[in-house]
Design a protein around this ligand. Structure first.
Ligand SMILES: NC(=O)c1ccc[n+]([C@@H]2O[C@H](COP(=O)([O-])OP(=O)(O)OC[C@H]3O[C@@H](n4cnc5c(N)ncnc54)[C@H](OP(=O)(O)O)[C@@H]3O)[C@@H](O)[C@H]2O)c1
Length: 280
């Protein structure tokens, strides 16, 4: 069997970089997606196996669509797409597509990139890993707070948008699974050493009390441990898609199992991305 190819977004730093290097060490060719050409080229070089850096700004849906075209040319039969890039943002200006930033990066970009790569993923009988968080488990997300005038920035927006991405993963499996593509959501664990949260202004629980409590209760893991989870989840056989919590397959949280919520999430995301396309 030839070398397998993975696309990893947000692979110029943090968990994406760690995952790209772990995949490279496991023999994968990695298409390293990010904004910084210098850091990206270095990660690709270290990953080896003919890995390459591909530049894109995931805040722009036009750029995400262009990126999908470039990646499909480089990997017409794609084995793995890791939608890792994500983050938490204070309420700020909308993106060029008129989207709230948290929604744009954590939901609209992975949705659009995946749709643009469906042909390549089908040809490779590939896997899509959407990186989420476990914080939302036990909470209920109101979709009117995700987009539109009630959408906030900050920690709650982050948690809601990751709940939407987790639910979207189930919708994607339902719609595209018959093409031989599997869709999984991964909560990688709590990893206090990345730059996560630094793009927020004002009081920031992720960079202040978060690391303190994670140390106090011993719940954090290293980037290397998280990276091994990305590799496992990207390669382990899973029938009909799934949700991995720290590398262990679990039932999805209750709300993500509610079919009417799954359908609402799909139509909300598809509608917003379509509206963004018109705004652009
Ligand atoms: N750390 C944790 O404890 C934790 C826990 C659960 C889930 N997660 C999730 O894990 C993923 C990785 O997080 P991390 O901890 O590694 O955070 P991070 O260090 O902040 O990394 C985020 C990555 O996303 C990229 N990115 C941000 N905006 C982008 C844009 N507009 N276009 C292209 N790339 C962009 C960043 O690129 P630059 O290098 O250019 O900034 C960076 O590589 C995220 O989805 C996060 O929500 C993290």
């Amino acid at each position: 069997m030839g070398t397998k190819t993975a696309v990893v977004t947000g692979a110029t730093s943090g968990l994406g970089q760690a995952a790209a290097l772990a995949l490279g060490a496991a023999g994968w060719r990695v298409l390293v997606v990010g904004r910084d050409a210098g850091r990206g080229a270095e990660v690709a070089k270290q990953a080896g196996n003919g890995s390459e850096f591909v530049k894109a700004d995931l805040f722009s849906l036009a750029d995400v669509r262009r990126l999908a075209g470039v990646l499909a040319e480089k990997a017409p039969a794609l084995d793995l797409l890791v939608n890792n890039a994500g983050g938490v943002f204070s309420k700020g200006p909308a993106t060029v597509d008129g989207l709230e930033q948290t929604f744009a990066l954590n939901v609209a970009a992975p949705f659009t990139l995946t749709e643009g790569l469906l042909g390549a993923l089908e040809a490779g009988k590939g896997r899509v890993v959407n990186v989420v968080t476990g914080i939302q488990n036990g909470f209920s997300t109101k979709l009117e707070q995700v987009v539109g005038p009630k959408a906030t920035g900050g920690m709650f927006a982050y948690v809601r948008n990751k709940a939407v991405l987790l639910t979207l993963t189930r919708a994607q499996q339902q719609r595209h699974g018959a093409r031989g593509i599997t869709f999984v959501a991964l909560h990688p664990g709590i990893i206090p050493t990345t730059r996560f949260g630094q793009s927020m202004t004002g009081f920031n629980p992720f960079t202040t009390i978060g690391p303190f409590f994670s140390k106090l209760f011993g719940i954090g893991v290293t980037e290397a441990v998280a990276a091994s989870r990305y590799v496992k989840v990207g390669t382990e056989a899973v029938e009909g898609g799934g949700y991995y919590y720290e590398g262990v397959l679990r039932p999805a949280p209750k709300q993500a199992l509610d079919q009417s919520f799954v359908d609402s999430v799909w139509s909300l995301v598809a509608t917003e991305v379509q509206a963004g396309k018109q705004a652009a």
